[in-house]
Every structure is written in structure tokens, then in C-alpha cells.
Design a protein around this ligand. Structure first.
Ligand SMILES: Cc1cc2nc3c(=O)[nH]c(=O)nc-3n(C[C@H](O)[C@H](O)[C@H](O)COP(=O)(O)OP(=O)(O)OC[C@H]3O[C@@H](n4cnc5c(N)ncnc54)[C@H](O)[C@@H]3O)c2cc1C
Length: 340
């Protein structure tokens, strides 16, 4: 039985695991997934209020957008997620959003990380959190993968799905395995940076604004505000509301190394100007997205980048192709061929 390690429990890692499982049964392939975080989601993160676990906020990705050019090719993904109630069409009032003609947005009643959890469940993968991969070495035609605690394990195939700068930080034989041209191309991939605030309220708190989501174009600090349960169309007196605030990229970039508490204060001050009627939250979470969205993709958007063939080492994710689901397709074709 081949053993595959997927590093990263975000959308790429979880979907990769589910697609592999659809192609290859448990007796032929054992799928193991490691993530340095405490839970699933990656940049599709849903955060919970410390006081009320039913009160959640999507701190990273907000919607899944079906682009007209991919609607047919990705029909199966959407049908599956809509049938299982993971996705719902976005119907809430949005102010200031710029949409490509023919594009459709979908929201997640259970929070955006429910997409990742759906795929992890389908895959039956053995998922381990708090596993921060630091080193990848070749040992007897297998990959020996080490984590920050010093422990290690061996795998026949390794699939890396984290943001490119985090791949380039890995130590061990991988440093020399990534050839000069690949390294240059990987180094050319870039990401925006921004902060996200999650404001959590007590059940019954009224947030008196006419929109569910508002894009702001005239504030140096704040770009986006979402009343999260209104956006997801799950408003009810039992569900405590939450508000998500995303900063602009220039603000995120210029405060990237600043103290998070000070940044939180700056955002809250601006928020008072932008939405003066917002009540005081019961608790606040501030998250720094160092690698937020891809601003420059891998040259040629190949879908996946093969770093080594025997044994197989590959990386993929949002830098390697356009559209929400397209990047995984090419990755899977190659991985399935090699694992079969
Ligand atoms: C603020 C924000 C808003 C966004 N809005 C949207 C949107 O509305 N719609 C949309 O489609 N996309 C949006 N995106 C982009 C979208 O979230 C990403 O494209 C997508 O989630 C990427 O998934 P991924 O699995 O490729 O990477 P990630 O989600 O980044 O997953 C990588 C995982 O690898 C883990 N990891 C990293 N290094 C290591 C290591 N050394 N060892 C072990 N684990 C490691 C991380 O903890 C992480 O869980 C947004 C992103 C952000 C941040």
C-alpha cells in the first residue's frame, strides 16, 4: 500500500485528498494529512467566539465564486456541495461589490471551513494538526518528512499545498531538489497581505445596517465589512451575530510587522468612523494574513509543479492556476497517475 502525505488542510489539501480517495480505495492508498494549525480550513478559516461556539466568523475567504468560463467544467464540485447543503447561492444585500458578468457567488451556512471539512470527511484521510513540517529528505527512495517537534515519518508521495514562501522555507534535501529555474519561478509568485478582525457579539444584539456586506473604497484602512450570519442567510435570535472586517492591502502591507494589538486598535478606530452605529462586541479576534491572495501566479499557471518524480514530490494550490477549483484538476491527474 502506497502512503501519501498531503501537507496543508486547506481547500487544496482537502480536495486533493477527496479526489485521490475517489480514484483509489483504502487498500491501495493510505492518505495522511498534516497541518501546522490547530484545525482545518487554512485561508478558508472560520473562527469561533471564545464565549459562544455557535457564533462564528469567516476570517479569510468569504465566498466561492463560480466563473462563467469554469461553470461547466466544475459542475460536479458545485452539485456535490449544493446537494450536501455546504453551499448556498448568495442572496444577501451587498454594497459596492464588483462582479464579472456571469459570475455567481455562493456562501456557506456553516462557515467557509465547512467546505474543507466536507472534503476531509469524504477522503477518510488520517488528519493530524499541530504538525509543522520543517524538513523533507530522500531516504531509500522514500520521503522522510520531519516536523518541528523533531519526529518524522516516511512516505511514497508528498504533496505540498501551503503558500509558496512556506515551501521555500523547508530544509533538507528539498533545498537542492528544487532546481534553479523552478526556484526562480517559485520566488516570482507573490501574495497580498491584509488583516482581518472578527467581532463577536452576544445573542440578540442588533446590528442596524441595511447591507450584509459592504465594500469600502474611500478608507485607507478598511476595505470590507461583513455581517457574517446575514451574509450566510442564517439570521436567527439564537445565533449570536459576528462582524468581519478586512483591511486594505496597503494598510496590511505597511503594518505587516507591527504589534497585532496596536493594529487592532487602529482598525477599530477607523471602524467607528465607517459604521458609527456598530455596538461594542463581547470579544475580538485579530488575524494577520501574511499570505492572503495571490497577486502573481506561477508563470504559465501549470496547475501543479513537479519537484521530483521518483519518489513523487509535487506542489500545488492557488498560485498554480486560475479559478477556485481549477488548480486541483491538473494536480490530481498527475498524482493519480503516479499513485495508481
Ligand atoms: C482575507 C482573504 C480573503 C479571501 N477571499 C476569498 C474569496 O472570497 N473567495 C475565494 O475563492 N478565495 C478567497 N481567498 C483565497 C482563498 O482563501 C485561497 O485561495 C484558498 O483558501 C487557498 O487554499 P490552499 O489550500 O491552497 O492554501 P491554504 O488555505 O493557505 O492552506 C495551506 C495550509 O498549509 C498549512 N501549512 C503552511 N505551512 C505548513 C507547514 N510547514 N507544515 C504544515 N502545514 C503548513 C497552513 O496552516 C494551511 O492550513 C481569500 C483569502 C484571504 C486570506
Amino acid at each position: 500500500m502506497a502512503r501519501v502525505l498531503i501537507v496543508g488542510a486547506g481547500l487544496t489539501g482537502s480536495l486533493c485528498a477527496a479526489l485521490l480517495r475517489r480514484e483509489l480505495p483504502q487498500r491501495l492508498l493510505r492518505i495522511v494529512l498534516w497541518d501546522k494549525a490547530r484545525g482545518a480550513g487554512g485561508r478558508m478559516a472560520t473562527s469561533r467566539s471564545t464565549q459562544d461556539p455557535k457564533c462564528t466568523a469567516d476570517l479569510g475567504a468569504q465566498y466561492v465564486t463560480r466563473m462563467p468560463e469554469y461553470a461547466k467544467k466544475h459542475q460536479g464540485f458545485y452539485e456535490d456541495l449544493l446537494t450536501h447543503g455546504v453551499l448556498r447561492p448568495l442572496t444577501a444585500p451587498i454594497e459596492g461589490m464588483q462582479m464579472k458578468e456571469g459570475a455567481e457567488n455562493f456562501v456557506t451556512p456553516e462557515g467557509i471551513s465547512s467546505i474543507v471539512k466536507h472534503y476531509l470527511k469524504e477522503s477518510g484521510a488520517d488528519v493530524f494538526y499541530n504538525h509543522h513540517v520543517t524538513q523533507i529528505c530522500l531516504r531509500d527512495e522514500k520521503w522522510e518528512v520531519c516536523v518541528s517537534t523533531g519526529s518524522s515519518d516516511q512516505f511514497d508521495i508528498v504533496i505540498l499545498t501551503m503558500p509558496v514562501p512556506q515551501i521555500l522555507q523547508l530544509q533538507g534535501d528539498i533545498v537542492n531538489i528544487i532546481n534553479k529555474s523552478q526556484r526562480q519561478q517559485l520566488e516570482s509568485v507573490s501574495y497580498s497581505s491584509r488583516y482581518a478582525l472578527g467581532l463577536f457579539y452576544e445573542a440578540g444584539t442588533q446590528i442596524d445596517v441595511p447591507w450584509a456586506v459592504r465594500y469600502i473604497s474611500d478608507n485607507p484602512c478598511i476595505r470590507f465589512i461583513s455581517i457574517d450570519n446575514k451574509k450566510r442567510n442564517i439570521e436567527s435570535p439564537d445565533v449570536a451575530p459576528s462582524v468581519v472586517v478586512h483591511t486594505t492591502v496597503p494598510f496590511g502591507t505597511s503594518h505587516l510587522e507591527s504589534d497585532k494589538e496596536k493594529v487592532q486598535q487602529l482598525i477599530l478606530e477607523q471602524l467607528k468612523d465607517v459604521v458609527p452605529s456598530l455596538p461594542e462586541p463581547a470579544s475580538i479576534k485579530c488575524h494577520r494574513w501574511r499570505y492572503s491572495q495571490v497577486t502573481k501566479a506561477f508563470p504559465g499557471s501549470p496547475g501543479q509543479i513537479t519537484l521530483h518524480t521518483k519518489p513523487f514530490l509535487v506542489c500545488g494550490g492557488d498560485p498554480s492556476g486560475p479559478g477556485t477549483f481549477s488548480q486541483f484538476w491538473f494536480l490530481m491527474v498527475d498524482v493519480i497517475d503516479l499513485a495508481a
